[in-house]
Design a protein around this ligand. Structure first.
Ligand code: KG4
Ligand code: ZN
Length: 359
């Protein structure tokens, strides 16, 4: 089965073709991502209107490239999948309408995909991972620990009650005059810094639910920066190192709760797995801490290649393929959704999912 996927929920325009065989194994035939980071950099964050226009301008070309790169003509595509939420509504509309048009013109089914589900199922494409497993999604718009029990069966064990982790990196960078996106800049500056110089808080430490919180940390960073003004290069490096140490510590403690919870819920799973997704998974200190943690708890640590951790269309095509293989497809009047939690039936958490539109 060949599925064409389209992703436009934030600031990446992406198109991809994946194949899924009868046994459920996946293969990426093409995966094209056009990042708009440069368009948004002057504003220090994603501007929705600019993002939507940029998607419209380039999407036709990307779809053609994805098909050509895969060597699969449109009539050999079995279904067309697109992200229909959560995300910035203008961008979602651009990608979704393109996918519907292609599907209609080619006489193929259309499949609406939840962006978060794309992240959640990536490890099944890359590692053929069996359900159930635990997913830590850490991106610019989301920070959640999700129990992936089966296709369409997800439970959020924990979530941020305020800022997403990537957002905390981005705000810290902005505050210190470092470039956007902040994550890589903070990580780099931290290398020359003293992580002990500032005792930043470890939010929610000891809380039973594996939730996350980063806004208090942001305030502590601001106070430290204001007290030292004007900041010298070493001050910036030390703040970055201390900030990164605090978030790493916090993640270690919060995720440990999640691992223990998984063990309690699924004692029969012999080798449980923790999968990471989202741009923050690029951070080496965080990755290293999670790897150690998994080793300690007897978990496999699965970090898909970075290009598949960050936003891409292969994960959307794959999620579409998994649903299509189960005989599911979507109506052509499906509406896009700015908000679309993975576990819709669960009671909403304070602040959860309201921050940003990125995933
Ligand atoms: O998944 P992603 O590419 O886009 C969405 O948020 O959808 O994640 C981007 C986020 C940004 O907030 C960026 O600052 C953060 O991931 N990030 C990092 C690193 N690289 C990217 N955060 C910490 N360390 C990094 N090396
Ligand atoms: Zn995402």
């Amino acid at each position: 089965m060949h599925v064409l996927g389209i992703e436009t929920s934030c600031d990446e325009t992406a198109a991809a073709v994946v194949a899924r065989d009868e046994s459920g194994r996946g293969r990426i035939l093409s995966n094209i991502v056009w990042s708009q980071t440069e368009d948004h950099a002057p504003y220090g964050g994603v501007v929705p209107e600019i993002a939507a226009r940029a998607h419209v301008e380039i999407l036709d070309r990307l779809v053609r490239q994805a098909l050509a790169g895969a060597g699969v003509p449109l009539d050999k595509i079995d279904a067309v999948a697109a992200t229909t939420g959560p995300g910035l509504i203008g961008g979602l509309i651009a990608g979704m309408m393109t996918a519907k048009a292609v599907a209609l013109a080619a006489g193929k089914p259309f499949i609406a995909v939840n962006h978060l589900e794309g992240h959640a199922l990536t490890a099944r494409l890359t590692d053929n991972l069996a359900f159930p497993y635990l997913l830590l999604l850490v991106s610019g718009g989301h920070t959640q620990l999700v129990l992936v029990k089966g296709l369409g069966d997800y439970q959020r064990l924990g979530t941020t009650i305020d800022d997403a982790l990537g957002e905390a990196f981005d705000k810290t960078a902005k505050l210190l005059g470092l470039p956007y996106p902040g994550g890589p800049a903070v990580e780099q500056a931290a290398q020359a810094g003293d992580s002990q110089r500032f005792a930043f808080p470890r939010p929610l430490k000891g809380a039973v639910r594996p939730d996350f919180s980063f806004s208090g940390l942001k305030t502590a960073v601001r106070q430290a920066a204001v007290a030292l003004e004007p900041l010298k290069e070493q001050d910036i490096a030390d703040i970055c190192a201390s900030f990164q140490a605090a978030v790493t510590d916090s993640l270690r403690e919060r995720v440990a709760r999640g691992l223990a919870r998984f063990g309690g819920l699924f004692p029969a799973v012999e080798t449980p797995a923790l999968v990471v997704a989202g741009g923050v998974a690029a951070n080496k200190a965080i990755r290293g801490a999670l790897e150690d943690l998994c080793a300690r708890y007897g978990f496999r640590f699965i970090a898909p290649p970075l290009a598949l951790c960050t936003d891409n269309a292969a994960m959307i095509a794959w999620a579409g393929a998994e649903h299509f293989a189960h005989g599911e497809k979507s109506a052509l009047d499906t509406a896009p959704r700015a908000r679309w939690p993975l576990d819709e039936k669960a009671a909403p958490r304070i602040g959860a999912g309201r921050k940003g539109a990125k995933a």
